[in-house]
Design a protein around this ligand. Sequence first.
Ligand SMILES: *Cc1c(COP(=O)(O)O)cnc(C)c1O
Length: 410
Amino acid sequence: MSTLEDARTLDAADPLASVRDQFTLPEGVIYLDGNSLGALPTSTIAAQQDAVERQWGADLIRSWNSNDWIGAPQRIGAKIAPLIGAQPHEVIVTDSVSVNLFKLIVAATRLRPDRTHILTEPGNFPTDLYTADGVSDVLPNHQLHVEQAGDLIDAIGPETALIMLTHVHYKSGARHEMGRITDAAHEAGALVLWDLSHSVGAIPVDLNDCGADLAVGCGYKYLNGGPGAPAFLFVREDLQETIRSPLSGWMGHAAPFEFRDDYEPAPGISRFLCGTPPVLSLLALESGIDLFAEIEMEAIAAKSASLFDLFATRIEERCGAHGLELITPRDPDHRGSHISYRHPDGWPISQALIERGVIGDFRAPDILRFGLTPLYLRHEDIWQAVEILGEILDSGIWREPRFAEKAAVT
Ligand SMILES: *Cc1c(COP(=O)(O)O)cnc(C)c1O
């Protein structure tokens, strides 16, 4: 039986313990939803104030040059690169994950014009499925094929143009073997597009080592970029001069301020810009990413594994009788940094937890999901959260009618 004291002992030895002080967290809350909206880095508050008051208010339009607003997508992309095993010029921050998926799915299928299949798995994140389906509407030669994960590699064939997968599953937390799947795709002559939304900033990723072609990822989850933060996009260096974005906006032009009538894509990754970048949101994301500069992803992974072990062990010890079914793989190499349990009454239980200050989330139809963010969670928080969950399950308070009502965002 592990005790609160044991959890505090783990915190005392945690090399990342002091990083928590760089976040602004509300009193009385145990925040287990940083995989959906990362917490607020304290440095973001002053940086946003400077961005608004000085850069916008005083410097006005001069800031595009003097404060290098215009270079922000590339500059921040280069800061994300080491977190995902990419070269600085292979990553750019722009648009949302959904829009970047559209751009890269179209771009990839055009690099394989004689092939007809876009391959993915059932249960992939909805926006990934919907966007690929939308691409098949505008490019009727390329049809979306959704194959079971088990036979995914078998399903790769001479007709496959692109395999599109989410690296860490948003519900189960299960992780695909990026190297093995990328190799299999390349052997068959297909390209691979990885969605890193639940990987970046949570676990080590090495796109270059795996030979990955294309990737996208989210700025507002583990990167702590703020609500609706812009996303990032990766294109392998040697594809950059042949690949074309279907959203050929002026910011992706070779010379936007020459105002020419004809489109000429910018060299390199910059051609995936489309319209004017959202500067305030970009700068908020930059504050979040700057927190990673001094931290090794291996330290983050080790802390994640330790938080996970404590959570899973404590659930068994404290809540074992209550029918929570762990659906996340226990092996740290086969998962991301959240832990999920199936329970038929997941929704009201998640609401009762929030009332007690334990903020996780619910994913339909029956999944309780808890983000284990290594930068600002303590083992003590995990221990307390499971204790509160145990009390809620023991008492059955979640059966009260007020917890049944569904909200717009779960
Ligand atoms: C969060 C998430 C997204 C989000 O896409 P948006 O366009 O930013 O809304 C996409 N894919 C996955 C796998 C995600 O987890």
